[in-house]
Write a protein that binds this ligand. Structure first.
Ligand code: AMP
Length: 285
């Protein structure tokens, strides 16, 4: 395991690996690693010769200073976890200054509307921050392949759009959502939930499963109302949004169109802890 804090030595190592025709895979993360992240690393190890995990809590993608401040930072534990997965990994754990210099700000992007809905609507500037950091990482590391979780499905589609628009030659690989035994999507933010809250938060996934079932026979409007009702008076969870959207465009469903694929998305709060999840509703990809 090699840990790089600076880009120059990392770039030299990448250059040497590429000169041996090795395939470079990148798994971008914000750390506080868990099995969900490791599932991405494992997929990367299967198809790449050299896998790089970036660990950086990116300030420009947080619209809420409190969330940024409370975001868990556990680099020594992260490194230990990665060492157990493989001894051949490279970690890139830069400072903000190393990536941004003294201008910590976002580039402005147009992702053809993908950025206007759901996370983009509720977290102002979030996807400009994501676009900025992912583009920067792609430029520094020049990976052949980069791995992103379907847990952040909107982000995955936006990163695909980013590569399409910038022409950066990197293949984007989407990876399935890893869950706790009770169905709750694994997330670094789950660390902030107590046992009771974790159990209660599995309600998000239970609801999505039921939505998938209803999607076969009920209208989108019916399902919307049903979901809202489920969350009303829930003892722990507060629904921020529920959407059924076209997988490709992320546009809100109007009516089901033959041949189109759809996903359902939920964002909900436990106190000030924000959780997101999604599910494929009909066969896709
Ligand atoms: P984060 O550290 O939260 O920015 O996540 C880094 C990457 O791991 C993103 O591509 C996420 O979508 C992915 N990821 C996070 N949690 C999960 C999960 N439970 N299953 C699969 N991928 C995940």
């Amino acid at each position: 395991m090699q840990v790089f804090k600076e880009k120059t030595p990392l770039q030299a190592a990448i250059k040497a690996a590429k000169s041996k025709a090795e395939t470079i895979g990148l798994v971008p993360t914000m750390g506080a690693l868990h099995q969900g992240h490791l599932s991405l690393v494992k997929q990367a190890l299967e198809v790449c010769d050299q896998v790089i995990i970036s660990i950086f809590v990116n300030p420009t993608q947080f619209d809420n200073p409190n969330d940024l401040e409370k975001y868990p930072r556990t680099l020594p534990e992260d490194i230990k976890l990665l060492e157990e997965a493989s001894s051949n990994l490279w970690v890139f754990a830069p400072t903000a200054n190393e990536l941004y210099g003294d201008n910590i700000s976002s580039e402005q992007f147009n992702f053809d509307g993908l950025e206007q809905v759901m996370e983009g609507k509720h977290r102002k500037g979030h996807f400009d921050g994501v676009g900025t950091i992912v583009k920067r990482l792609f430029e520094i590391i020049t990976p052949h392949k980069a791995f992103f979780g379907e847990k952040d499905f909107q982000q995955l589609q936006i990163v695909r759009k980013l590569t399409e628009k910038t022409g950066l030659p990197v293949e984007i690989i989407g990876c399935p959502i890893l869950r706790e035994d009770n169905g709750l999507a694994r997330s670094s933010r789950n660390e902030r939930l107590n046992i009771n809250e974790r159990e209660k938060a599995s309600f998000i996934y239970q609801t999505l499963l039921k939505v998938k079932e209803l999607f076969g026979t009920k209208s989108a409007e019916y399902i919307h109302n049903w979901v809202k009702e489920q969350f009303t008076n829930h003892p722990v969870l507060k629904l921020e949004y529920f959407e059924i959207a076209d997988t490709r465009t992320l546009e809100k469903i109007n009516r089901k169109r033959k041949g189109n694929t759809y996903r359902a998305f939920i964002a909900a709060y436990v106190d000030d802890i924000r959780l997101i999840d999604n599910i494929a509703l009909n066969n896709e990809e």
